[in-house]
Design a protein around this ligand. Structure first.
Ligand code: 6R9
Length: 650
């Protein structure tokens, strides 16, 4: 990181935890010292929060790095931990899921009911020939059956591979083939933006090129007509008629639990493999620690899709292993109106809300009047995940959703890490807007320079993890070499996360975006995140994405795409004036080197299904290239909007 830009963000605001929360927090400051004194004993204690059929002999086997084994010799069943043990503890009547369909239909599912559904699904999978060690692909909308399908796989020891509903037939087929999945669980369709959106035709097309698939299990959700083959079985005719009796069998701590493909912005998708004991230990502990979840009183809502790792760890395994009551929502935030999220918070009295910066910035764009129209007084904690949250978005979230008083936990982690790694603790940390702050107890993260040397406070470089952690990926499915090459070769003995980061003067960690996205302008490294945050700090900008485009004089030049806030006038001269203002604003905030060569005002940005901005496509636009692979885009029409606007640009 160049010196001129090493300390660009002069963010000095800091928000201590509310006294009331701190006084009753699940985890206190002592956890850091405890973990530091004996990291493995600390994790063993967290593993003890789960029910094991057989206790482990050794906490960590790291004799063959980077291949870790956690809780070696231990045995447990993940579904038992998420369901049976709560029912056995007398909590069968407690609501597990308040489900809200996009059209407004609802289902309330207790732990006893979720257990029963999962047992039936486990029996149905067994009847279809699924046994421990098999793989099952799941391609479903956000309906309770998605959680049931995952838990049923875990129950019988089959690894699930969840693929975002809405990915193309090619993407689905590649993922099914890579894992040699035996069964696919899907639905006729789901509801998106007010209408049924079919899934089954995509599965039919994908399965045609997947010889490993023996059966397709189809949930009826929309009731639309579907083509039918002899591999197909209706969920309601197989699962719902199967026996409700099923005894969960324990599996080895290192038994595969799931494969999840990273969105892969450039390369071939990587099948990230997670296993049983370590994964559940950390997913469960972090839910307890970071969200301060009190299962007796909280109503928790994570707005992620189940096809994203966030849905795995913080809708299914983390909350359910803790016995939480949660909300699950099928649809989009603006159907049928822009207040839908706040209406849901109000209706179910949600107390913990976990969402993504993209959503917060969208809400900023729509304006604060919308959340102000609902009663959000049930909320007591807010979380963010997926991208760096710009300081202004953080402040807006706290101010307009959190009544100016709620803690915001900005949680850094990855599909590969399996669970949250760097985050404030809500009862301990005085959070700074835009910073993920400190590694959680038991996690050893650092920022290093090109040579792998730890940078001093105030310095920037690459985010690494120095010690193995329980929910770490175990390998890339079928490709140990690529696992070593991608994550463990950049720096000797350290996990390379692929994110740029810096330490501020207090040693707190700020994430700066993927290192692949860093721009090199006249010999200076400039982080996309910092320029984007500078743009979002302007009162007229809701959201921004920045890329480096080839430039004959500076090597790369900064090209920015900005979405104006709600009522900003951008017609004619007003638009030109705003662009000029924004270029000056960035220059003033970060220094002249960071002044964008060009700024486009756009209505939308290209995003993945998990809400991450796809800068690669914007780079194609900025460099006048035809677009690369768009199959992981949430909405492909966005690129037409942007490209057509671009032609008139200077
Ligand atoms: C959980 C998840 C991982 C990448 C990660 C980083 C970005 C996630 C972040 C964040 C800054 C945060 N990321 N959380 N960047 N602050 N709080 O998102 O997993 O989809 O695998 O993405 O997302 O770049 O490396 P995944």
């Amino acid at each position: 990181m160049s010196e001129a830009l090493a300390n660009l963000l002069n963010e000095t605001r800091q928000f201590p935890p509310p006294a009331e929360l701190a006084a009753h927090a699940n985890v206190t400051i002592d956890a850091y010292a405890e973990a530091e004194a004996d990291r493995l004993a600390f994790w063993a204690k967290q593993a003890d929060r789960l029910a094991w059929s057989k206790k482990w002999d050794e906490v960590l086997d790291w004799s063959n790095p980077p291949f870790a084994k956690w809780f070696v010799g231990g045995q447990l069943n993940v579904a038992y931990n998420c369901l049976d043990r709560h029912v056995e503890a007398g909590l069968g009547d407690k609501v597990a899921i308040h489900w809200e369909g996009e059209p407004g239909d609802t289902r309330t599912i207790t732990y006893a009911e979720l257990h029963e559904l999962t047992c039936r699904a486990a029996n149905a999978l067994t009847d279809l020939g699924v046994t421990a060690g098999d793989r099952v692909a799941i391609y479903l909308p956000m309906i309770p059956e998605a959680a049931v399908a995952m838990l049923a796989c875990a129950r019988v020891g089959a690894a699930h591979s969840v693929v975002f509903g809405g990915f193309s037939a090619d993407s689905l087929s590649n993922r099914i083939q890579d894992a040699s999945a035996k069964v696919v669980i899907t639905a006729d369709g789901g509801y998106r933006r007010g209408k049924p959106s079919a899934l089954k035709p995509t599965v039919d097309e994908a399965v045609a090129s997947c010889p490993s698939v023996e059966h397709v299990l189809v949930v009826r959700r929309t009731g639309e007509d579907v083509a039918w083959s002899d591999k197909d079985h209706w969920w309601h005719e197989t699962v719902e008629t199967a026996s409700a009796e099923h005894t969960a069998q324990p599996f080895d701590s290192e038994h595969p639990l799931f494969i999840l493909y990273t969105s892969g912005t450039t390369a071939r998708p990587k099948g990230i493999l997670h296993t049983t004991g370590g994964y559940l230990t950390q997913a469960s502990y972090t839910t307890h620690a970071v969200f301060d979840l009190k299962p007796e009183t909280d109503v928790y809502w994570c707005t992620a899709d189940i096809g994203w790792v966030t849905g795995h760890s913080y809708i299914v395994y983390g909350p359910l292993s803790n016995g939480a009551t949660q909300v699950m929502y099928e649809g989009t935030p603006d159907t049928p109106h822009k207040g839908r999220f706040w209406e849901i918070v109000d209706k179910y009295k949600v107390s913990i809300l976990y969402t993504a910066p993209t959503l917060i910035r969208t809400m900023m764009k729509w304006g604060e009047d919308i959340p102000a129209g609902f009663d959000l007084s049930s909320l007591r904690l807010l979380g963010s995940v997926g991208e760096p949250i710009n300081p202004e978005a953080w402040i807006w979230y706290r101010q307009h959703v959190g009544r100016g008083e709620l803690p915001v936990v900005d949680t850094w982690w990855q599909t590969e890490t399996g669970a949250i790694m760097i985050s404030p603790l809500p009862g301990v940390t005085a959070a700074k807007p835009g910073s993920a702050m400190t590694p959680l107890p038991g996690i050893v993260a650092d920022v290093v320079d090109d040579q792998g040397q730890s940078v001093p406070n105030g310095g920037g470089g690459y985010l690494v993890l120095r010690e193995p952690w329980p929910s770490m990926l175990r390998t890339i499915w079928g490709d140990d070499d690529r696992f070593i090459e991608t994550y463990w070769s950049r720096f000797q003995g350290m996990y390379f996360a692929g994110d740029g980061a810096k330490k501020d003067d207090d040693g707190h960690i700020w994430l700066l975006g993927r290192v692949d996205d860093v721009m090199l302008v006249s010999g200076h490294n400039i982080s996309t995140t910092e320029v984007e945050s500078a743009l979002v700090s302007h009162p007229s900008v809701a959201e921004a994405a920045v890329v480096g485009a080839t430039d004959p004089t500076t090597g790369q030049a900064i090209v920015a795409f900005a979405i104006p806030r709600g009522s900003t006038d951008i017609s004619g001269d007003a638009g030109e004036q705003l662009i000029a203002d924004l270029r000056n604003h960035v220059s003033k905030t970060l220094g002249p080197i960071a002044k964008p060569r060009q700024i486009m005002l756009v209505p939308e940005l290209p995003k993945t299904r998990s809400g991450k901005i796809m800068r690669r496509l914007l780079r194609d636009v900025a460099e006048n290239r035809s677009l690369g692979d768009v199959t992981t885009l949430q909405d492909s029409s966005v690129m037409d909007l942007i490209s057509s606007g671009m032609s008139g640009a200077k």
